[in-house]
Design a protein around this ligand. Structure first.
Ligand code: ADP
Ligand code: MG
Length: 719
């Protein structure tokens, strides 16, 4: 692969012009996709594999041997030296174990390059180094990675050379899921079965398979790598622990969709090319609300593939940023008081006949099948809001959800005016008789075409919004895996479908009963619908009145994973057994405690070793000024006031630092798990805020040249 050397100095003075890209030629170049399989595999082998990919089933070892051999040959032609089982342990990131293709050296002194079917299908990474939440004791450390043939293998090029990456699932010796992918695949089976049942009710006999489609939009920040290196908080925690936005320039409205700066444009071009090569259909890119914030969205794919794509996107963003002298921040809240980053999970259901179950058509009021699907989703979301909320919980997202510029922590559904009107008709009259139409958009300029508007405007403040033919779940954190929200969505919607099918399959008068059931669900779950401003205080009050849960933090969200309801629900469909749920809750508490512990320690370190000494030095300068003024008999009130103010804040900071240090010690003594996590949340993070306050105030009044690290302004406006 060839990269143009990117000269940053040039971009600052207008931008280097990049080589043109032939997208059609490079797209999927490094993917062992269907075309490659057809070209390379014997016809019978291809057909067997295709059937497994489309319909599921087990692969026999002889077939696997043939596939492995061809995969290896293809990979070596592309320069690969290693293969890796690529998996998604419960750290939220990806992991892999790389093996080279070489086998035992021959007598001749040469080596053979081999890759067997067994190596393709099954791997055994050191299970004990990944979190298992007690599912596997360390003396039974075995864990297996198993090939997921439904997500294509690809070649990754990086500093280590080229590696054949094989997407896999990761489970313990006893088959318990130690990863995100296994339950995701299980949940996809469940939603498939129940959706097919529902389609059959409506006479769609041709439907044999339904797959959840997912498009994940990814938000991120870019900062200059040199400035990043001067911020220990960014290095250790991925977010700033001190600092605040100068009052002016907080939100530059013209930045959104603004012209992309040349340096960033060069970065994006390379990100896109790398993604296209590995078959990730990167489609949209734009600046986001905050300065230095951007977004990338690929075209949607089957849920498990989309989850893999999102992991590849995050890794690619980070890797390419480094090559451009930039750092990509994926943390949900890198800067206090500035818009945070999320990940939007667009979700719909597609049948083997290419029909989207969430497509309302032009006249939704007549589309009974759609209305049943829709009201089932309302029921699922209303009854399981706690689980959805939990699926978006991670330490960084605690600073984002409900923090004024993100969707609130309350789950509600936005339907838009057209569907809300249909639902209201159903609630009032039992059925709906008409659908509001879109009308025409007239710009008043004769040379611009007038076009039909969508029947519904957008709402950007709803956590779960209907957007034409899909739902968009916007709560997910920018750094988090997309797996959890989709596991939850697939399972809760499947359960609602199952309940509806249980009733309607027994009905003697389907036409009548289905309408009744839709009206019943609409009435029972109307409270979850909210079309207003989700960021407003009124909504928080209104939601409370409606009895909707407002789960504000990760530690408060985790218990929903192990509630009786969750254990019953996930158990019924075989998505998670009780032990797997307990393990996940335990790992989440542990992850939270670890994250806050690192942040708190970094904060204490930065304050005591960098900031407070710098401020102390500054007081000396102020004191000397006062003294000098006094000596010549000049007025020194103003300088004295400054000194006193700095001294007061310094005293407050020192006191807060001492408390934080005590709390960190105390946290270490707590019992691991829920108790410790709660202590971190309710005691340590409070101590952190109390330290941050006087320090941020000091930053505002202390001479900039004295401050030991770059400011928010330096980081955000100078990319
Ligand atoms: P937005 O205005 O929210 O950015 P887009 O239309 O650009 O909306 O789509 C955002 C994401 O949703 C993209 O990843 C896109 O591929 C995906 N998407 C579009 N249609 C569907 C669908 N039917 N199911 C799932 N995802 C979809
Ligand atoms: Mg969107």
């Amino acid at each position: 692969m060839k990269y143009l050397k990117y000269d940053i100095s040039k971009t600052k003075s207008g931008g280097a012009v990049m080589e043109n890209t032939n997208v059609a030629k490079i797209f999927g170049e490094d993917v062992f996709n269907d075309t490659v399989m057809q070209e390379r595999l014997p016809k019978k082998t291809y057909q067997k594999l295709r059937k497994i990919i489309d319909e599921g089933g087990e692969i026999d070892i002889d077939t696997a041997d043939v596939i492995a051999h061809e995969m290896k040959e293809w990979a070596i032609e592309k320069g690969a030296t290693h293969f890796a089982h690529w998996f998604q342990p419960l750290t939220g990131l990806t992991a892999e174990k790389d093996d080279s293709f070489i086998s035992v050296p021959l007598k001749s002194g040469k080596v053979l390059m081999t890759f067997s079917g067994k190596e393709l299908i099954k791997g055994e990474p050191d299970g004990s180094s990944f979190p298992s939440g007690g599912l596997r004791s360390t003396f039974e450390a075995r864990g297996y990675t198993v090939w997921d043939a439904t997500s294509p293998a690809f070649i990754r090029h990086d500093a280590a050379g080229a590696t054949l990456c094989i997407p896999t699932a990761f489970s313990s010796y006893n088959g318990e899921a130690l990863d995100q992918k296994t339950p995701l695949l299980r949940s996809m089976q469940v939603i498939c079965e129940q959706s097919v049942r529902l389609l059959h009710l409506f006479g769609n006999e041709g439907a044999t398979r339904v797959t959840p489609s997912v498009g994940g939009e990814q938000e991120y920040f870019l900062v200059d790598a040199e400035k990043f290196k001067q911020r220990k908080d960014l290095i250790y925690t991925g977010r700033t622990l001190f600092g605040s936005m100068p009052a002016k320039g907080q939100e530059l409205d013209d930045h959104y969709f603004g012209t992309i700066r040349q340096r960033v444009a060069g970065f994006m071009k390379e990100v896109n090319e790398e993604l296209w090569r590995v078959g990730v259909p990167s489609k949209t890119q734009h600046n986001e609300v905050a300065p230095a914030q951007h977004e990338l969205a690929p075209i949607f794919a089957e849920a498990n593939v989309a989850v893999d794509h999102n992991q590849i996107i995050m890794q690619t963003l980070k890797r390419v940023a480094c090559r451009h002298g930039l750092k990509c921040l994926l943390n949900e809240k890198p800067f206090d008081g500035v818009n945070g980053s999320g990940k939007h999970n667009n979700w719909s259901l597609t049948s083997n006949e290419g029909k989207n179950l969430l497509d309302p058509g032009k006249t939704p009021h007549e589309n009974t099948q759609f209305l049943l699907v829709l009201t089932c989703i309302l029921k699922a979301v209303d009854e399981n809001a706690d689980l959805l909320r939990e699926s978006a919980a991670d330490p960084g997202n605690d600073h984002r959800l409900g923090a004024n510029e993100a969707p609130p922590a309350i789950i509600s559904v936005f339907l838009g005016s057209q569907l809300e009107d249909v639902i209201n008709q159903i609630i009032k009259e039992g059925t709906a008789s008409h659908s509001i139409k879109g009308g025409h958009l007239n710009s008043g300029v004769t040379s611009l075409p007038n076009f039909r508007k969508d029947a519904t405007d957008r709402n950007r403040t709803s956590p779960f919004a209907f957007t034409g033919n899909k739902f968009e779940f916007r709560m997910v954190g920018s750094r988090d895996s997309l797996a959890s929200p989709n596991i939850v969505l697939n399972t809760i919607v499947a359960d609602a479908f199952a309940q509806a099918c249980d009733i309607l399959e027994k009905s003697d008068n389907f036409e009548e009963d289905v309408v009744k059931l839709i009206a019943q669900y609409a009435k029972e779950h109307q409270r979850i619908i909210y079309n207003g401003d989700g960021y407003s205080d009124e909504w928080v009050k209104e939601a409370e009145k409606r009895g909707l849960p407002n789960i504000k933090s990760m530690v408060e969200a985790i218990p929903s994973l192990v509630s009786d309801k969750a254990i019953k629900l996930f158990g019924k469909y075989g998505v998670y057994n009780e032990a797997e749920l307990q393990a996940r809750a335990e790992i989440k508490y542990e992850n939270y405690s670890k994250a806050i512990n690192i942040e708190a320690r970094a904060m204490s370190d930065i304050a005591s070793k960098l900031i407070l000494p710098a401020v102390t030095g500054y007081t000396k300068t102020l004191a000397e000024t006062v003294l000098a003024l006094q000596q010549i008999g000049a007025d020194f009130d103003v300088q004295m006031d400054d000194l006193n103010q700095v001294n007061d804040l310094l005293r407050a900071a020192k006191k807060a630092l001492a408390i934080l240090q005590e709390d960190i010690e105390a946290a270490a003594g707590k019992e691991e798990g829920e108790e410790q996590a709660r202590y971190f949340k309710f005691t340590v993070t409070e101590a952190m805020e109390n330290l941050r306050e006087p320090v941020d105030e000091l930053e505002m009044i202390v001479d900039k040249s004295v401050w030991p690290m770059p400011s928010y302004g330096d980081l955000m406006f100078e990319v």
